[in-house]
Design a protein around this ligand. Structure first.
Ligand code: 5GP
Length: 183
């Protein structure tokens, strides 16, 4: 289950609600070369690794997919996902390029869900409120938001996140229906 959506749209909260509500779901923890933000934990939010280690792991085919984003690399560990998929549905919270790569690799089992903001103004407010980015980075991120939302037609589902609990319920319902299709 691939969940994408612009930075600041509330994906993290939604994924947390999903994991609390449904024990048949597990989240994949990505590797990244970006620095941890305040409060982020290694092994929980991401595995924070060096660029060198990241390239070694690309060479070892350790990533199901990876992409460069804002000058940093992000990748989904292949072995974790493949192991978990035997018993569970795996949630990947990744950006658009990675999501489309997963769909290409697993066309019949990947479900792509885009979480969209109620409005651009709302999103900009949330992003600047987070305070972790400077003005320049905020501008780059807002451009990226428009790009990501333009890719929505390539997704299987688009949900406008007015309320995280409601969005969580909608995603659970999608997963339930998709599982029925594959049984
Ligand atoms: P952030 O730096 O805000 O945590 O993440 C930036 C973007 O990278 C987000 O859109 C996030 O979903 C995406 N991302 C996180 N992990 C991965 C990954 O493993 N692969 C890809 N392709 N994107 C990722």
């Amino acid at each position: 289950v691939v969940i994408s959506g612009p930075s600041g749209v509330g994906k993290g909260t939604i994924v947390k609600l999903l994991l609390d509500a449904d024990k048949s779901l597990v989240e994949s923890v990505s590797c990244t070369t970006r620095a941890p933000r305040a409060g982020e934990e290694n092994g929980k939010d991401y595995f924070f690794i060096s660029k060198e280690e990241f390239s070694d792991r690309i060479a070892a085919n350790d990533f199901l997919e990876y992409d460069e984003h804002f000058g940093n690399f992000y990748g989904t560990p292949r072995s974790f996902v493949e192991r978990q998929l035997k018993e569970k549905s795996v949630i990947l919270e990744i950006e658009v390029v990675g999501a489309l790569n997963v769909k290409r690799l697993m066309p019949s089992s990947a479900v792509l869900i885009m979480v969209a903001p109620p409005s651009m103004e709302e999103l900009e407010k949330r992003l600047s409120g987070r305070g972790s980015e400077g003005d320049e980075e905020l501008r780059t991120r807002m451009q990226r938001v428009r790009y990501e939302l333009d890719q929505a037609p390539l997704y299987d589902y688009v949900i406008v996140n007015d309320d995280s609990r409601e969005t969580m319920r909608k995603i659970r319902e999608i997963i339930r229906r998709e599982k029925e299709k594959t049984i």
